[in-house]
Design a protein around this ligand. Structure first.
Ligand code: AMP
Ligand code: GLY
Length: 431
């Protein structure tokens, strides 16, 4: 089979890496890909969002299956376009991807079908939003924490966890008056702030069946101890003890099955991967967000544990017979430490040479997934905020952490930053 993977991040490198292990696959292309993927796939110079050009490429090269990594092309309707042209493509339709594309839509769906989530109100008028914040202040006091969210896709920057009303008013001002997110911020959600530990459940869905993968936990903030601004994710581990303690069977019954049922009742056929971000509160797990794709960096710890052929799973989803596939997982925990550019999640320099990737990869149980890299002559150089994800498999979470950091120490580039505490929450729970 000939496969095209769309995207250029660490998630897509992990997808290419896993797909390359399938005996069915003879050739992989990646558009636009990165330096790490170049070792396993032929890079194609087409943007992940250029649906028309991607379709032409797939038709011309007789690609058997296209796998879409990021949310942007999914929200642009790449799956609908490809299906109209009779092509096989893995990912949800534009309508189904709206679950990530509109936080207001997702929230209304959860409320309608009693899926546990944070209470929220929707505003498109600045004055109404401010009035609501002031009412909340009177009710709950000055230091009430709250979350302000832009409705649409905002490259991971549209959620502000506010410590007090001043921060919340500022976030509302940025979104509704200053329009910093454009159309994506023309509606906002003002949401109760949930307290607890987060975990990510990625699930395979074929419209009829929803099957969770092994759970994982991301590290959203830039600095150790969950300090500083939110990022795309600075590292991950799997399994997540917080999920195991609660029980996946209960999560399936209380959240996953009701979500699939809600989608079907609304006449939305969801096929692909559904990412459910959960907060484990004292009242049980509540949904923070849905994404319509694999998570990044969660994929870099989940796929290394998958023992079933990923192509078989993707084909079963397209053919709506997922229930016939048995998923097998390695019991070995995985840890991924993200190496990021200086300045990330703000602005950062590009084109900085990276050293030591080969040394790190030579260690037992280590895979280095590239996120923001490209080849410049002989060098691998940085091109993004998140540059690499160093993944280790170990017999225990503790050995996986030790191995991952040993490999990290062998890699360097000017301004490289990473968190030193990836996996520590798991260790604390296991004590
Ligand atoms: P989202 O894009 O909706 O996942 O939000 C990004 C991050 O913001 C989440 O992973 C949480 O860390 C945080 N967050 C979102 N909603 C809430 C909430 N209601 N309470 C507390 N934290 C939240
Ligand atoms: N790691 C968070 C995400 O993929 O959205």
């Amino acid at each position: 089979m000939k496969i095209l993977v769309v995207g250029s991040g660490g998630r897509e490198h992990a997808l290419v890496w896993k797909i390359s292990q399938s005996p069915k696959v003879t050739k992989i292309y990646a558009a636009p890909g990165n330096a790490g993927m170049a070792a396993l796939a032929e890079l194609v110079d087409i943007s992940a969002e250029d649906v028309e050009e991607l379709k032409k490429f797939v038709l011309k090269n007789k690609i058997d299956l296209t796998v879409v990594g990021p949310e942007a092309p999914l929200s642009l309707g790449i799956v609908d376009e490809f299906e109209k042209a009779g092509l096989r493509v893995f990912g949800p339709s534009e309508k189904a991807a709206f679950l990530e594309g509109s936080k207001v839509f997702a929230k209304q769906l959860m409320i309608k079908y009693s899926i546990p989530t944070a209470q929220a109100k929707v505003f498109d008028d600045y004055n109404d939003a401010i009035e609501h914040l002031e009412e909340m202040e009177v009710k709950h006091g000055l230091i009430q924490k709250m979350v302000v969210k832009a409705d649409g896709l905002a490259a991971g920057k549209g959620v502000v966890v506010c410590e007090n009303i001043d921060d919340a008013e500022d976030a509302v001002d940025q979104m509704l008056r200053k329009e910093v997110f454009g159309e994506a911020g023309s509606q906002v959600l003002i949401e109760e702030c949930l307290e607890g530990e987060e975990a990510s459940i990625l699930a395979f869905v074929d419209g009829k069946t929803i099957v969770p993968m092994v759970a994982s936990q991301d590290h959203k903030r830039i600095f150790d101890g969950d300090k500083g601004p939110n990022t795309g994710g600075m590292g991950a581990y799997s399994p997540a003890p917080v999920v195991e303690e609660y029980g996946m069977a209960k999560i399936q019954k209380e959240i996953l099955d009701p979500v699939l049922n809600a989608l079907n009742k609304e006449d939305i056929k969801y096929k692909g991967v559904l990412y459910v971000g959960l907060m484990f509160t004292k009242d049980g797990p509540k949904v923070l967000e849905f994404n319509c794709r694999f998570g990044d960096p969660e994929t870099q710890v989940v796929l290394p544990r998958l023992e079933t052929d990923l192509i078989d799973i993707m084909e079963a989803i397209i053919d709506e017979c997922l229930s016939q596939v048995k998923l097998e997982w390695s019991s070995k925990p995985a840890v991924c430490v993200v190496l990021a550019s200086e300045g990330y999640p703000g602005s950062y320099r590009k084109g900085i040479p990276i050293h030591g990737i080969n040394l790190a990869e030579a260690l037992d149980g280590i895979t280095v997934f590239h996120a923001g890299t490209k080849l410049a002559k002989e060098d691998v150089v940085t091109t993004g905020g998140r540059v690499l994800g160093v993944t280790a498999l170990g017999d225990t979470i503790n050995t996986a952490i030790t191995k991952a950091y040993k490999a990290v120490k062998l890699i360097s580039f000017d301004g490289m930053q990473y968190r030193n505490d990836i996996g520590q929450k798991a260790l604390r729970r296991l004590k």
